[in-house]
Design a protein. Sequence first.
Length: 376
Amino acid sequence: MNLSILRGPQARLAKRKLLAITALSLITACSPPPPAKVLADTSNLAILPAYKSFSLSSEKLATAANSFCSKPNTEQLELVRDHWRVAVDGWSGVQNLQFGPLLVDNQAWKIQFWPDKKNLIARKVEALLRSDEALTEKRVDDASVVVQGLSSLEYLLFDPKLGVLDSFANAATGSRRCALLIAVSGHLHSVANGLHDAWRPEAGNYVQIFTQTGEDNPEYPDDSVALANLLDTLVAGVELIKRDKFERPLGLASSEGQAQIYLLEWWRSQYSRDAIIANLKALKNLFMAANGYGLDDYLSKVKQHGEFSTQIQQHFDRSLTAAKAIPNSLFSSAEPRSQAELIQFQTEINELQLLLKSKLPEALGISLGFNAKDGD
């Protein structure tokens, strides 16, 4: 536009329009394309905070274990148990991620050994306690994953027979139980902190690998591969809840199924239902990139499936409501097929799984990959 031929108000109006167009062009040029924004916001607003939360909760658990063992008493034991529960919530926030440092070198197994079909946790932990070896973080790190992490700590803190104050205060056995409690909780924090560091920009910077896709990126040659990992995480996470954390142990996987309650996650602490709730919250948070630009926005604004995006969010909420309505621990659920709250949760989680596995890939235009739980 030739502004030199315009005078007075016309010139001023034309200049304002030109400035507005220029500013809009600059903003558009500086804004990342939608898929890149999904990856950036999901990483920075959902994944990194989840790893940080797990690291901090494991640190507080280790501190509480040390304080308790300096002078074992009932109040301090309950405090350690509370910190263990918070750490489980933190772990539940990253447990289902199907990519990144968590999959390297058995990191997930170092945090949780489950399902324990042969009661290996009790056998291996007790064998280590009976040995003459010094119970240090190094010894725990060298040992089997069975005696590491939250599963081993659950046995030490909640076993119906041995997870009691007398086991730690007993002059003959208490010192070794405390030594193992301190060593395992310290080792857990090292693993959790290492995972957080692996993602942080200031350390391992996996966040850059995940968000800066391209031909030179060996893991993510384009955005669609990274987005597929988010999709896989949502699907695998809900399937793990539905099948392994709920239907199989309660005998609801088929009409002839028999309950196997000792396959429940966290059965000793009776924290199974609470961990499912934490899982669902984390998966919904991942879908929405917390309050950022997530898959929900991409689905709505780019793929023009706003109603479907809202539907997924509503089904997450309905599954959460149904899980919270279960009146007691899953471990103490008698006759699961006749308990209305359990059947309602099964209905809701089935519908959520159907949306994520059968309809979301097509809506996003992304193929669902093979995850570690498929065919299990």
